[in-house]
Design a protein around this ligand. Structure first.
Ligand code: AMP
Ligand code: GLY
Length: 446
């Protein structure tokens, strides 16, 4: 089918009254993005590729995996998609936005070159060094023999990172030389993460509390979203392996105006300057993961897309229409925008299949979804599938339950009450999402 509309490029000021939108991905983040876009008066049809059982309820799922870039371009062309929003990092790192641009299709997200800020930890580290952006002291290795030699004189613990994308598993905290040696061997010699481990970064372990900041970046300008905190470890008390994220809350209780001023001066502005200096325009969502240390914020990593599950905590608090914000980012006009926020807090609890982030079973029927969703409680689907009218588990992270409340405590109680009404076999979730924040608030007020 031929696109009857005059090209796909137009400015946000002339935002099309009714748009066809394609969301790429199948996680809780993508359900939250599609859910938020569904509320826009400008959204006509929403497609999700490949989507999940939740996105099927608010849009149309398209059976194309996020990795099949050519098929996604073909679908967008054939269906006159006005805007494509790319959820995960892999298609961005593979250059999906460049492919769309070559076909004069609008896509939200950085180009392949700009996506290196997440896809190559070596690139990010070198850029931070050049711009004097505060981050962990690090050494970069492309030979395992040199990395192993470094371990003989290193001060432990150290953090060992594969250069490339590794499904969130490419970061190892090594308490001693033996752990470091085996991580280096796995990454560089056995190539556990393929080419992602061709080079590695070994850096100092930073101590403090983490915070996620999301920014809409239009090349030259940025607009910060509210702060959020992720819970990366699988088990309560920050035990167990790192996961994609087991829960989040917003606003982050360890964030304040002073830190934000420092963050903007020392991190955001030098970063954009550095990217422009080396000829890379970043357009899309940039989300630095920070460690708030006693000396101020330090960058742990840069992500070039919305966080998961931070997005599920942020978007229910966003009162503004997301669609014009995405459009203005693409058009280089984010400096003309502002975001209105619900002042209430949001807490998101992720329900996962037992065994995640390792091996887990799927196909388990899920019950209680309809009763759990109520005012100020939103259920976002991740690894779910609907077959014969029955929703079943289909992935590691299965659902994200977000509740709003006038305090973090209230939001947390609401979220866990909703969680208790949802059942599937081998359901695993953390009981302590936002618990420290509640405790810290109680301390502050006493
Ligand atoms: P990254 O993919 O670099 O963000 O690493 C994933 C997670 O590993 C971070 O969110 C932190 O929890 C942890 N991490 C990474 N780098 C460091 C570091 N230098 N010090 C302490 N923790 C780290
Ligand atoms: N929440 C961590 C991430 O999205 O990478």
């Amino acid at each position: 089918m031929l696109c009857s509309r005059r090209g796909c490029l137009y400015s946000a000021a002339a935002i099309a009254p009714l748009m066809k939108i394609l969301v790429i991905g199948s996680g809780g983040r993508e359900h939250a993005l599609a859910w938020k876009l569904r509320q826009s008066p400008h959204a006509e049809r929403i497609f999700c590729a490949p989507g999940n059982a939740g996105t099927a309820e608010i849009g149309e799922n398209v059976a194309i995996p996020a990795s099949d870039l050519e098929a996604l371009v073909g679908f967008a062309k054939e269906n006159c998609v006005d805007l494509t929003l790319v959820g995960p990092d892999d298609p961005l790192a593979a250059g999906i936005v460049d492919l769309f641009a070559a076909e004069k299709l609008r896509a939200f997200g950085p180009t392949k070159l700009a996506a290196r800020i997440e896809a190559s930890k070596v690139f990010a580290k070198e850029l931070m060094r050049a711009q004097k952006i505060p981050t962990a002291e690090a050494s970069i290795f492309s030979e395992s023999s040199e990395a192993l030699r470094y371990c003989e004189r290193a001060k432990f613990p150290v953090v060992i990172k594969a250069d490339g994308l590794a499904l969130g598993k490419g970061v190892i905290v090594a308490a001693d030389a033996a752990t470091a040696r085996s991580a280096i061997d796995e990454m560089m010699n056995q190539r556990r993460f393929g080419d992602a481990g061709r080079r590695i970064v070994i850096e100092e372990l930073l101590r403090g509390t983490e915070c996620s900041l999301h920014a809409l970046v239009d090349g030259n300008n940025y607009l910060l979203l509210e702060s959020a905190r992720d819970h990366k470890r699988a088990l309560d008390g920050d035990q167990g392996p790192n996961t994609g994220g087991m829960g989040a809350f917003s606003p982050a209780n360890n964030w304040n105006g002073k830190l934000q001023a420092q963050f903007e001066t020392e991190i955001m502005r030098p970063l954009l300057h550095g990217l422009l200096q080396e000829g890379t325009k970043f357009r899309g969502l940039l989300y630095p993961g920070l460690m708030i240390t006693s000396e101020g914020p330090r960058v742990l990593e840069f992500n070039c897309r919305f966080g998961d599950p931070e997005t599920q905590a942020l978007l229910p608090r966003m009162k503004s229409d997301l669609l014009p914000l995405l459009e203005s980012t693409i058009d280089g006009k984010i400096n003309t925008c502002a975001v209105e926020w619900d002042t209430r807090a949001a807490v998101t609890v992720v329900l996962a299949s037992a065994g995640y982030p390792g091996k887990y079973e799927t196909g388990k029927p899920i019950s209680g979804l309809n009763d759990a969703a109520k005012q100020d409680v939103q259920i976002f689907h991740a690894g779910t599938k609907c077959a014969n009218g029955k929703i079943r588990t289909a992935g590691g992270r299965v659902l994200a339950v977000t509740a709003l409340g006038s305090t973090i405590k209230e939001a947390r109680e609401r979220a866990y009450e909703a969680v208790s009404g949802i059942q599937f076999e081998n359901c695993q979730y953390r009981r302590d999402i936002a618990l420290n924040a509640v405790a810290a608030n109680i301390e502050k007020s006493s």
